[in-house]
Design a protein around this ligand. Structure first.
Ligand SMILES: [Zn+2]
Length: 427
């Protein structure tokens, strides 16, 4: 498991607080070692040469845990406490989280956050809050970059409500994501968001920021896949249909924020364009759409709609207790698990159940047909067999075609074992 590059621990580094970005260690390392080059400090901390075009928010968790934290912190905790993964994991299933952590721990290569629909890219520049900086100086003598401030869909500090300050890169390549080698407040070329760019304060925005604070405190389970599914179903049934629910919520958003949903989506960089509320109600939502869930949830709360009291127990409800999934546990429930475990849009679970071609389902769920086809191609045979038993499937349905593809592949592959051909031919 341990990379060959991992040498002994690099020794004492000031302990980061929970929620401090891993990237701080490069600056702290340099402060401790004096004149060493930044790039060497980046290698010391991350184990790889400095590359400006790559993000620095979650690479080599095992390497960092071993070398920098000297096993005082597990690789999983490094990711949870010091990278954006710690934020977006709240909207992912436990299996997605485990898979992501295993990937990060088991490989010495950097893994993109987006593979499992887990994370939205960080804000373009590192950002900080002036009050947080002052608090840091007062409490420990140096300020740090916070993970929560780097979320692209936030432009104010959830704790203080202040507009975040962008730090310009020290040398000017504006196209690439570049990160300045400063702790917050140390650079002389910072750029506060101009009033025209910053989201105006409002009751709606205050409620949205409050939800982010709850999320960071691990106190907002409604965004977990199974709970979000149930909550959206409740919203839709409350108003009769998705279109009606969307227009009521958008009206509440306009009232609470003083801005139409269209403008909020643009200012907060929410994916999904002007209809992001409808996208959520259609369950075209992945963990990286966490911010959209918070906007919708805040609007629903303002209308007096919340989670069912029963669902607020501190228990993760297994999907099959959900009314929509009271089916044979190895069939539909397994399909739900596969969809959520890979961070795919939640609507896929029901769209796949309805049959149709890959192209048709991709269109209905807002996914790319190629990626959907590749996703289906990874379904285990047992799952396809189980689903096949549950209802009649047309010949051009995704299921029939995928089984046919596997049967042809198995019979044409010289390495395929006879029993495999037999079982697939039996379909
Ligand atoms: Zn702050």
């Amino acid at each position: 498991m341990q990379s060959r590059r991992v040498p002994s621990s690099i020794g004492y580094l000031p302990i980061l607080r929970k929620g401090d970005l891993l990237f701080n260690l490069v600056m702290l390392r340099r402060a401790l070692t004096g004149a060493r080059a930044w790039s060497q400090c980046a290698i010391d901390v991350f184990g790889l040469p400095w590359n400006r075009s790559r993000h620095l928010f979650g690479c080599n968790a095992h390497w960092v845990a071993t070398r920098v934290f000297a096993n005082g912190l597990s690789a999983r905790d490094v990711l949870v406490f010091h990278t954006l993964f710690g934020i977006y994991r709240h909207a992912a299933s436990n299996a997605t989280i485990s898979r992501y952590v295993a990937k990060q721990v088991g490989s010495s290569r950097r893994t993109a956050f987006n593979g499992d629909g887990l994370c939205h890219p960080a804000a373009r520049y590192l950002r900080s809050c002036r009050q947080c900086i002052e608090g840091d100086y007062a409490s420990r003598g140096f300020p740090t970059w916070r993970v929560i401030h780097q979320i692209a869909t936030l432009d104010r500090c959830p704790e203080h409500g202040d507009a975040l300050v962008n730090e310009w890169p020290p040398a000017g390549d504006m196209r690439n994501r570049t990160w300045p080698f400063f702790l917050p407040g140390e650079s002389t070329c910072c750029h506060p968001l101009t009033p025209a760019d910053a989201m105006p304060t409002s009751d709606g925005y205050a409620a949205y920021l409050k939800l982010w604070s709850r999320l960071v405190r691990d106190d907002l389970a409604v965004v977990q896949p199974a709970r979000w599914f149930a909550f959206v179903q409740r919203l839709v049934s409350r108003f009769g249909d998705r279109g009606e629910a969307a227009s009521v919520l958008e009206e509440a958003i306009l009232h609470n924020w003083g801005l139409p949903a269209l403008a909020i989506g643009r200012l907060l960089h929410l994916a999904g364009g002007p209809s992001f509320v409808l996208q959520e109600l259609m369950l075209r939502t992945r963990p990286r759409n966490l911010a959209r869930r918070l906007v919708v949830y805040a609007a629903a709360q303002s209308l007096g709609i919340d989670e069912e009291p029963a669902a607020q127990l501190p228990l993760t409800l297994p999907p099959r207790t959900d009314p929509a999934f009271k089916y044979e546990p190895h069939g539909w429930a397994a399909l739900w698990s596969v969809v959520t475990d890979h961070g795919m849009p939640l609507v896929l679970a029901s769209a796949l159940r309805d049959g149709g071609t890959v192209r048709n389902i991709a269109h209905r769920t807002g996914t790319d047909p190629g990626r959907l086809g590749a996703f289906i191609a990874r379904f285990p045979n047992e799952l396809l067999f189980a689903l096949r038993q549950l209802q009649p499937w047309s010949e051009d349905s995704w299921l029939s075609r995928e089984l046919e593809r596997r049967r042809r592949q198995a019979s044409s592959s010289p390495e395929s074992r006879p029993e495999e051909c037999e079982s697939l031919g039996d379909i």
